[in-house]
Write a protein that binds this ligand. Structure first.
Ligand SMILES: [Zn+2]
Length: 100
């Protein structure tokens, strides 16, 4: 799958970096640099969980929510699980986004 290069998150453009050298973490969000770094070549379910987790961190920062790591983890893992368990949900959301 071709990874995307940027994500617009609450009006800010974050650059996505896929890094094969990441050791301890699966992902990292740097709000000052507006970058999200994802460990390269993870299993797809872990990559999904990680990208949603890091996007949740960016939303937390941009919306000034002051979420704890536990809250970010809960939202990220919860949304990833809902998407995995309901394959048609993403299609449905896509249609709503397009105004269909
Ligand atoms: Zn985190």
């Amino acid at each position: 799958m071709t990874p995307i290069k940027t994500l617009k998150i609450v009006g800010k453009r974050y650059k996505l970096i896929y890094d094969a050298k990441m050791q301890d973490d699966c992902g990292q969000c740097d709000d000052n640099k507006q970058t999200i770094t994802i460990k390269k070549e993870m299993p797809s379910d872990l990559e999904l969980d990680t990208i949603i987790h890091e996007v949740t961190h960016a939303i937390d920062y941009q919306m000034n929510l002051d979420m704890s790591e536990r809250q970010v983890h809960g939202v990220g893992a919860g949304l990833a699980a809902v998407l995995i368990d309901n394959p048609k949900f993403l299609e449905y959301l896509s249609r709503l986004v397009k105004g269909e």
